[in-house]
Design a binder for this molecule. Structure first.
Ligand code: NAP
Length: 283
């Protein structure tokens, strides 16, 4: 398929590379210049990138960035043709997603939200899970692209429901990792051997995918970004905002947010969110 891929960050670049590997004709664009993908054409603007595309795939940081890419100067909306499918893999606000879809519909384009889970390793290995919102028929049309970049896509409902489910997923990831980090800090203070604790966790019901992913990095104290803290912090804010709109409270997540606020103040935002462990350990 002819795909315009917009946003070549930690996730977008390997995702676009996997599309190229599977034989799709890919044109890439990134806000700051110099980021490219072997085998893909590079465009100077979203407008230029989408001119000949059947599918536009977006993976940028947040709601404001998606709005800029879609509707800013020389954005997607300036160049898109009726019938084009726009898929957004960024994690953004569900309510804004619905608004963006309505605006694009007026131009005859269809919008799908398909945020991902699987992080940097999942993007590199083509094993992401797409959490999709949109019409079944539209999702089927882009199935070959889901399959080039991931191992599964799950339809959560209409447009916006992918983002809503993604926030519910990251809520759990933030809380699970916080539980792991607090347990580790406590156990260390109480003189427990870290290696023995890891063995115990891995052989018990406490084991989880989140801990499986993060444990090797924690062991090496390698907090370089797989999922930057600033992005998890953004997702926590989005989740609390969605909860407020829905008229519910999330007291656990509201408390975890305080740890992220402290990490941000300590200048750790560009490191992996696993670095929250060192914020706790520094108390
Ligand atoms: P990243 O490495 O920080 O990359 C962000 C991308 O967004 C860059 O290409 C950046 O362009 C672009 N961008 C930021 N603001 C923009 C704007 N105003 N206009 C146009 N482009 C803009 O982030 P990432 O890790 O790839 O994450 C991308 C999305 O996937 C986020 O929504 C994140 O929450 C989600 N996600 C990430 C992970 C993960 O583990 N990393 C996992 C699941 C979901 P520049 O290069 O010019 O800065």
């Amino acid at each position: 398929m002819r795909v315009a891929f917009l946003g070549l960050g930690i996730m977008g670049r390997p995702m676009a590379a996997n599309l190229v590997k599977k034989g799709h004709a890919v044109t890439v664009w990134n806000r700051s210049t110099g980021k490219t993908v072997d085998g893909a054409r590079t465009a100077g603007s979203p407008k230029e990138a989408v001119a000949n595309a059947e599918v536009v795939w977006i993976c940028v940081s947040d709601t404001a960035a998606v709005e800029q890419v879609l509707f800013g100067e020389d954005g997607v909306a300036d160049g898109i043709k009726p019938g084009t499918i726009v898929v957004d893999s960024s994690t953004i606000a569900p309510a804004a997603t619905v608004r963006f879809a309505e605006r694009l519909k007026k131009q005859g384009a269809e919008f799908v939200d398909a945020p991902v889970t699987g992080s940097k390793i999942g993007a590199e290995n083509g094993t992401l899970i797409f959490i999709a919102g949109g019409r079944e028929e539209t999702l089927e049309k882009v199935r070959p692209l889901f399959e080039a970049m991931g191992k599964q896509f799950v339809r959560m409902g209409d447009v916006g429901k992918g983002e809503a489910a993604k926030l519910a997923m990251n809520l759990q990831i933030a809380l699970i990792y916080e539980g792991f980090a607090e347990a580790l800090v406590l156990a260390r203070k109480l003189g427990v051997d870290q290696k023995a604790l890891f063995t115990l966790i891995q052989s018990s019901m406490v084991r989880s995918g989140v801990v499986d992913y993060k444990m090797p990095f924690v062991e090496k104290e390698d907090f370089s970004a797989n999922f930057p803290l600033r992005l998890m912090h953004k997702d926590i804010r989005l989740t609390l905002e969605a909860a407020r709109e829905a008229g519910i409270e999330l007291p656990g997540l509201a408390t975890v947010k305080q740890v992220y606020d402290r990490a941000d103040k300590a200048g750790l935002s560009d490191m992996d969110y696993a670095v929250t462990l060192s914020v706790l350990a520094s108390d």
